[in-house]
Write a protein that binds this ligand. Structure first.
Ligand code: SAM
Ligand code: SF4
Ligand code: SF4
Length: 410
């Protein structure tokens, strides 16, 4: 900021009136013309969503993918989350508040999105580098037309050892009843469904788009019926908003075969007005449930698992708690994120991505792109939540520069 105004140094910006605007493809004098809202109201908030200076440079000897890539903290690259759209039919209060993502908000134009061919190509290079799990996300991924075609392509990928991928998707569930069968047939392995309350009026308040709980429950039941199992159900807990739903949700999904997971409300992005007072620590979630249904800790499936597992002592299933705020798991974070327009982010709380789409569209070879990915991952030192926990997060990623969850993919 300079004199209370945003410093425009180039890149892509979100004008809260007119959405994402390129500020770099034109000369400095024309910069102001591409966004009249910006010219009219320089004092309004602007969210930079990507830093164009981060187009990777391919230099030096090319690094052939060797099936394992480690960052500066020795964390391997194992998971890739791919956002297939920045759009959503919900306006969850903690993710896409309607006041920001309103009817005038300009989402990415179709030409900016990675095509399925481009996603498949990049995904193949990540798999060659050791990625074993791909999660499709968004925005709402089921809004992306013909998503099944992409899943069919990704399902063909094999790890260097010849294994198929764990290919999964996170959805708000509103379109799942209609799509579960075709997703399964296309090769999707599992699905995670978000559901923040069973109380219908509270759920409608939280999604702020008048979707009913019954739509999501029907989606979950259909996913189970077609074998997209075990279905995981994610509940973001906001103290004072939906924490009264913790026990009813546990009761509902106990014994259902679904794994209910409680996520601490996170300070991701800049638009949700996050406040620590609204975070309900996972430890309290476990306590509240255990008062009704005794729980015992379970072993993690893998070191990189984000959720801590708890089993019902009567053997009727398990829950998970994802303590993103109160118990950082950066030390085992093996996740990279590919945004809707092909920027590679190394952390959910990053403020800048690496523009892989530029490489894909400028004729770079597979070896060149793979080499750039290797270079980027090997330079990774991100550990935002850990620094937040130690009180040092502000210097790590200043608030006004963080990307939104709906853009980067959850
Ligand atoms: N639209 C899909 C959905 O809601 O499942 C996929 C994208 S959404 C961004 C992915 C996950 O991020 C969801 O489970 C959502 O609840 C979670 N999420 C979004 N904003 C969050 C926040 N501020 N804190 C914690 N979790 C959040
Ligand atoms: Fe949409 Fe998912 Fe964000 Fe809710 S959490 S607004 S469903 S992207
Ligand atoms: Fe991974 Fe960043 Fe989350 Fe830490 S804060 S667990 S590095 S995504």
């Amino acid at each position: 900021m300079q004199n209370g105004k945003p410093a425009l140094t180039g890149g892509l910006f979100v004008c809260l009136n007119s959405g994402i605007r390129p500020m770099w493809a034109v000369g400095p004098s024309a910069k102001m013309e591409v966004c009249t809202h910006l010219k009219q109201s320089m004092s309004r908030r602007i969210i930079p969503v990507a830093d164009v200076s981060a187009v990777p440079v391919i230099s030096g000897p090319l690094q052939t993918p060797g099936g394992v890539l480690r960052d500066t903290l020795s964390r391997p690259l194992r998971d890739l989350r791919i956002s297939v759209t920045d759009r959503c039919n919900f306006r969850c209060v903690y993710c896409m508040p309607r006041a920001v993502f309103d009817k005038d908000y300009a989402f990415l134009p179709h030409s900016a999105l990675l095509s399925f061919e481009e996603i498949e190509r990049l995904a193949g290079l990540f798999v060659a580098h050791g990625v074993e799990k791909i999660r499709l996300t968004g925005g709402e991924p089921l809004l992306r037309k013909n998503l099944e075609f992409l899943i069919e392509r990704l399902a063909q990928l094999r790890t260097p050892e010849g294994r198929p991928l764990d290919l999964t998707l996170t959805t708000n569930g509103s379109l799942l009843a209609r799509k579960a069968r075709s997703l399964k047939d296309a090769g999707l392995t599992r699905v995670t469904v978000s559901l923040d309350a069973l109380d219908d009026s509270l759920f409608r308040h939280m999604n702020d788009a008048d979707f009913a709980v019954s739509d999501v429950l029907e989606g979950i039941a259909t996913a189970q019926a077609v074998g997209l199992a075990p279905v995981k159900v994610n509940m973001v807990v906001k103290r004072g908003t939906n924490d009264t739903e913790i026990v009813p949700m546990a009761r509902h999904f106990k014994g259902s075969g679904c794994v209910l997971r409680f996520i601490e409300y996170m300070d991701v992005g800049t638009s949700n007005g996050w406040n620590m007072a609204e975070v309900l620590p996972s430890a309290e979630v476990v306590e509240r449930i255990a008062e009704h249904f005794p729980l015992a800790p379970l072993e993690a499936h893998s070191a990189a698992e984000t959720a801590q597992r708890w089993g019902y002592t009567d053997g009727s299933g398990e829950i998970g708690v994802i303590s993103s705020v109160t118990r950082a798991f950066c030390g085992t974070c093996t996740r990279a994120r590919l945004s809707t327009e092909g920027k590679l982010y190394l952390c959910l709380f990053a403020s800048a991505g690496h523009d892989l789409r530029a490489l894909v569209r400028n004729g770079s070879s597979d070896a060149g792109i793979a080499s750039a990915v290797a270079h980027i991952w090997q330079g990774r030192g991100d550990r935002y939540s850990q620094l937040r926990g130690s009180g040092d997060a502000a210097s790590h990623a200043p608030d006004e520069r963080r990307v939104e969850m709906s853009y980067i993919g959850g």
